[in-house]
Design a protein around this ligand. Sequence first.
Ligand code: BES
Ligand code: ZN
Length: 595
Amino acid sequence: MHNYSANRYPTDTHSFAKPTEAVVKHLELDLDVNLTNKSISGTATYTVTASQNAAEIIFDTKDLVIESVLLENGQAADFTLGEEKLYLGIPLHISIPQHTTKLSIHYKTTAKSAALQWLAPEQTGGKQHPFLFTQSQAILARSWLPCQDSPGIRFTYNAQVKVPVGYLALMSALNPQEKSLDGTYNFSMTKPIPSYLMALAVGDLEFKPISGTTGVYAEPAQLEQAYQEFTELPEMLAVAENIYGKYSWDRYDLLLLPPSFPFGGMENPMLTFVTPTIIAGDRSLTSLVAHELAHSWSGNLVTNATWNDFWLNEGFTVYFERRIMEALHGQDYADMLKVLGYQDLQHTLEEIGHSSKDTCLKLDLTNRDPDEGLTEIAYEKGNLFLLAIEATVGREIFDQFVKGYFKDFAFQSMTTEKFIAYLEAKLLPPDSPYSKIINPEEWIYQPGLPITGPVITSNRFEKVQEQVTLWLNTTPANALKTENWSTHEWLYFLNGVSSQLTYGRMAELDQTFNFTDSGNAEILAVWLHEAIKQEYLPAEAVLENFLLHVGRRKFLVPLYKALREQNPEQAKSIYTKARANYHAVATSTLDALLF
Ligand code: BES
Ligand code: ZN
């Protein structure tokens, strides 16, 4: 038998740390956030475990100023900063005497610290106060605190954060629910987490509870809307626990960010960060919350050991997200999400090429920015692989397996290879009849999709397809049967008519369905993409406004790509105006596209 729980440190080419020599176990973080100077200064005091003969401990840093390092006894430690490496930053080597168990690093962030986005008042909902948030995944934690920035290394933390009076500070930890009188806040994360889950936000924020263990933080002007949109949170948590076992993180709260947040959501433990673009008014985009909640098991509990194993985080999470939505809203609902995901996967495969190595589940991101290698493949091919296993062994057996996986490897990291070994030992022994139906090695190490993959269909989309066909055969838009269509049905409709649109036919759809005025960001983003391709003038102002305010990379990239193709001058001029509103993870992608 394998010893699955043996947790040696995997080689991570995206970190300078050498955890087998000296590794962090706990962090006491003491920070001062200066919203005027846009800088964080503070002390990171680490409890470490060093091997007998370790002469140094190595941390990752990027665009930080390291001021001093003190040993436990208060003496200054010798440290050196190594050579800067592209994407990775600079290793901080600290000499340690034998038996060192603690050291303190005094540091400050710089204007280049890429995890941080400092918002001016105009960029917030309330328009009165500045705002700060971090985005650490994949390898940006090192730009706001010196850390061993590898997902294979876990530590607990406490923090004390000082912010200006009148602001609330929140972290990926047990959080305050009210502003303090002196602007000082204390946090504790008692479960070991990897550095990419370190998070901080500071702003004019308020809390509203949804249940005893769930709630939402937002700026005052958005709090009620956010509360209304996310009221199903307690039910989500309950159905999730029902599928894969008890939630491990005590509370589950959401933080609604300003629109420049570069992602849809980020699964910071105990406090998921979400984009306001999922507030549709009708709770139709809450599968994103289910996704981030699902990460509380896949990702935060059992963590990809390196970014090459990213599919273990996202593939399981997409699968679990749709199980949660199925439990809440039925199979027909979840099937729609699966089909839309499958369409996204097909687009990605076309774009990067079915035989590209980047379409393997196991990636090789050596010497690359991991952020650029993380595509739909991990999400949707990963999900499809798990659906294929489920279809082969049956849901009940698959559920038991996954539940056991989260239990056996809780608070540990997982490599793809270790997963395969576990899969073969528990579920798919190479000599079983199943092995003729499904080949994990092919799914994981071969590009493209195995031809034996599951077939994904949706009843509700078949009805939409009928209307697509009618409209393409010149039935007028106002004669189509679209009553009770959800966001997903509209998205499927738009995908279905996309290749046949003309300026005139867009105008007809717009007159009937008011897409240009849609308050639903997902629908609007697809519509604006078509508007760019057809140079559909009535949407031009809305497009510009969207690009100026929304910083979600998933929307920006296709829009700017289409715009660049259609009208490169306009693409550049809008981007030049909008760029200051975007987070560094968005500008690093878009700069490459537009400059
Ligand atoms: N953890 C990811 C976001 C992420 C991935 C940030 C890689 C940095 C590097 C998060 O859980 C996620 O997947 N967000 C998606 C939403 C989801 C419903 C597909 C997003 O932001 O669009
Ligand atoms: Zn995710």
